[in-house]
Design a protein around this ligand. Sequence first.
Ligand SMILES: Cc1cc2nc3c(=O)[nH]c(=O)nc-3n(C[C@H](O)[C@H](O)[C@H](O)COP(=O)(O)OP(=O)(O)OC[C@H]3O[C@@H](n4cnc5c(N)ncnc54)[C@H](O)[C@@H]3O)c2cc1C
Length: 402
Amino acid sequence: MWWMRHDRMWNTRDLKDRYDVVIIGGGVHGLATAYYLAKRGVTNVAVLDKGYLGGGASGRNTAIIRSNYRTPEGVTFYDESVKLYEQLSIELGYNVFFSQQGHLSTAHTESAISGLQVRAEVNKLMGVDSRVIGPEEIKKLVPSIDISTRPRYPILAALYHPPGGIIRHDAVVWAYAREADRLGISIFPFTEAVSIGRSNGSVSSVQTSRGEIKTGTVVNATAGFCSTVAKLAGIQLPVITHPLQAFVTEPLTPFLDCVLVSATLHVYVSQTDRGELVIGSEIDPYSSYSTRSTLPFLESTASHTLELFPCLRHVRVLRQWAGICDMTPDYSPIMGEVPGIKGFILDVGWGTYGFKAGPVAGKRIAELIATGKTPKVIEPFSITRFWEDRLVGEKAAAAVSH
Ligand SMILES: Cc1cc2nc3c(=O)[nH]c(=O)nc-3n(C[C@H](O)[C@H](O)[C@H](O)COP(=O)(O)OP(=O)(O)OC[C@H]3O[C@@H](n4cnc5c(N)ncnc54)[C@H](O)[C@@H]3O)c2cc1C
């Protein structure tokens, strides 16, 4: 039976002195890239992580999956990921608990409604199910929400995106790791990349905490740490790392069957299948690599939650945590080979929204490596956009919503 196929989720292997591809980062992006490479027959691949698999943002996020972005480039890209996620439990033989319960982004001002209308139209044009709905319909979807005129910012409308939802982030990471390992990929937790060698305009090696590896292809999939790893290859990225926090409450009887986001109130809420509420907000306003959580975040985010759901005032908080996010100026990722450094491939700039992109990014970066051609869907996200003046502005759809 498939669920009894392995004693271990992945194996411990000896580190060889040469691999065709070295992937730095054992989060959803690095592991998905490894899996899709293996599916294409490229298996002489090492995935390195300086900690445990999924110990970065992939194990700390609030697992919102959606494709209702603002730009045609973004919508097309994330929609491919949602479709891959829909098949993932079957493809990887592991239940990733993808719950497409719907995603609601509320508007509390006239200008916010216009913003959501633009998104709805772009979404529809790209074939993505999204529409603006009024307070009555919102109340039907979320009976416990306060749609009265009592709050400081009453709810006027919302963007409703039925295919959006939540997933089990750990299950996704473990499932990709297990299948990549089964197909012949070598995975090395607790193995840090400490320098990257270059010769004749190409990458040539990765020095690790366990020895040197010769290779012609290196993938930087290290999210919050991506600028430190890019620096090892001698390049500076247009990325600033910020902490992002979240918290969960004690379990409650199920009452919220969709993901609810309010950009105005800087808060989003979902309920897990265990009954806990998962609550988050925007990035912390300072740059840091710290994963300590703070009381001011908890106080402000909890009070904004109560503006949407006054009924939660007696609910207790179970735990709070932080991860780090690699923010780009336009809130879009940076993907593809770095011009002038053959074989150095970026899959970074995932900010607060990269978990949902794991499948499509992994699949398309693997295609780039295997074929040497940049797939069309990731072309807009090349690093060259920053000096060619063609940013892919997603802040309106990605800041609080993730
Ligand atoms: C609180 C929070 C909520 C979020 N909510 C959402 C959400 O709802 N939806 C969504 O889509 N996204 C969300 N995100 C963002 C998302 O989690 C990330 O964009 C995504 O997980 C990035 O995945 P990754 O595989 O690129 O990086 P990571 O999972 O961060 O993995 C990178 C790995 O690289 C390793 N590494 C770093 N340096 C080195 C080195 N020198 N050598 C070896 N290994 C190294 C790290 O140990 C780490 O494990 C959220 C993030 C946070 C923190």
